[in-house]
Design a protein. Structure first.
Length: 139
């Protein structure tokens, strides 16, 4: 059953190419996405309207290329940054037009994507404001 699910997801992604505006390559691009909740500063939970519920409802999406501080960090200043990153995602993405670009799977089988809310790259927005670090950098 799991192999069938994986094959179904792969087939759907193969049918969803979209050109990037700034590059000459194709990417996996998913539209009609609605935010359920923000887990933390680098993970959201969404529903994908055009997908069957089994692969499009209550889906965790990790924002690619970034790493947010942990919400339960014992260092007060780091915890405050983690909370602010989460709040910024909530502010920018609640009731927004959400698009998942360059979609892949991570090692935990979550979707890994560049997330755009109303055309704003959330990954880059958080990086530019120092609310997250590039993936692999320590807090």
């Amino acid at each position: 059953m799991r192999k069938l699910l994986l094959l179904s997801v792969a087939m759907i992604f193969l049918l969803l190419p979209c050109p990037l505006e700034t590059k000459e390559i194709d990417c996996f691009c998913i539209k009609n996405v609605s935010l359920n909740r923000v887990i933390d500063g680098d993970t959201i939970n969404v529903d994908i309207a055009d997908f069957p519920d089994i692969i499009g409802k209550d889906i965790s999406v990790r924002l690619s290329g970034i790493d947010a501080a942990e919400m339960n960090d014992k260092r007060k200043e780091i915890k405050e940054i983690a909370i602010e990153a989460k709040r910024e995602i909530e502010r920018l993405c609640t009731d927004a037009e959400i698009e998942l670009v360059n979609v892949e799977r991570d090692k935990y089988f979550r979707l890994l994507a560049d997330v755009k809310c109303n055309g704003i790259s959330i990954n880059e927005y958080l990086l530019d404001r120092g609310l997250v670090k590039r993936y692999g950098q320590d807090w």
